[in-house]
Design a protein around this ligand. Structure first.
Ligand code: ATR
Length: 247
């Protein structure tokens, strides 16, 4: 759809690599001189990082995972585009500059989005997690004046404007740790997970006074658009694609 929208003539297909043969599959793909780049999904994102470690974006270095490979000349560049996709989809709904943002969760998904979120110039980016030490370890890895690890009660005192659920709790229908009052000033509650109906996190946030709640479907489309831009230099219009594909 992006290619159609931007008038690019591309071929985009699936390749199933054997679990023990990722590097060979990548080499075979790039042996074709027309090959520009590829997306990489589980369980190969860490292997793709190792292949492109010398030339990858900061969030890929932090997450030690790459979802987009791009060949330029003889070099292989690696990116994780999830954070760019998240920021793009948040900006579809709200402002981030000068705002207070709270990330809930400190797994791989959270690690990959911190730097792009900081790039959007929030006043404060807080991270909290059921296991707080994991949030503290991300803050130690990505030192930044506007970035800190907090307990959920400390986060509540800061009255966050945007609250993002990066935990995997929604996948099992669970709520991450939240606290009554946390959403009182929240303009946007965002769940990185998406499904056909609102997640428990989105429902709870709305009940608690969040002005709007959004799931991660837009992020999925935006992270793909970011990869497309890396390969082609063109920025596709995503709103129509999100609308058309939404489950
Ligand atoms: P991912 O790559 O999707 O981030 P992960 O690295 O396994 O997956 O991280 C899962 C995250 O969801 C962690 O922050 C985890 O909290 P812990 O670090 O305390 O384990 C969080 N998580 C998963 N289920 C949760 C639940 N039911 N309540 C709160 N947090 C949960």
């Amino acid at each position: 759809m992006f290619a159609e929208l931007t008038g690019e003539d591309i071929h985009y297909d699936k390749i199933e690599a054997p679990v023990d043969g990722f590097e060979q599959a990548v080499n075979a793909f790039f042996a074709d001189e027309l090959a520009v780049g590829c997306n990489v999904t589980v369980p190969f994102k860490e292997k793709a990082f190792v292949l492109s470690e010398a030339n990858c974006n900061p969030e890929a270095k932090t997450a030690k995972a790459v979802n987009t490979l791009h060949r330029e000349g003889n070099a292989l560049f690696g990116y994780t585009t999830d954070g760019m996709g998240l920021v793009a989809d948040l900006l579809n709904a709200t402002e981030l500059k000068g705002k207070r943002i709270l990330l809930i969760g400190a797994g791989g998904a959270a690690r990959g989005v911190v730097q792009p979120l900081l790039g959007s110039e929030p006043e404060l980016l807080m991270i909290t997690n059921r296991t707080l030490a994991k949030a503290e370890s991300i803050v130690t890895d990505i030192k930044h004046d506007a970035f800190c690890a907090v307990s959920i009660e400390e986060a509540k005192k800061q009255l966050p404007d945007v609250i993002i659920n990066c935990t995997s709790a929604s996948l099992t229908g669970d709520l991450p740790m939240v606290s009554d009052g946390l959403f009182s000033q929240c303009k946007l509650a965002y769940d990185m997970v998406y499904s056909a109906k609102a997640t428990s996190f989105m429902n709870y946030a709305k009940e608690q006074g969040a002005r709007s709640a959004k799931d991660g479907f837009g992020m999925l489309v935006e992270q793909a658009a970011a990869a497309f831009t890396i390969w082609t230099g063109k920025t596709p219009e995503t709103a129509g694609v999100i609308q058309k594909l939404r489950p």
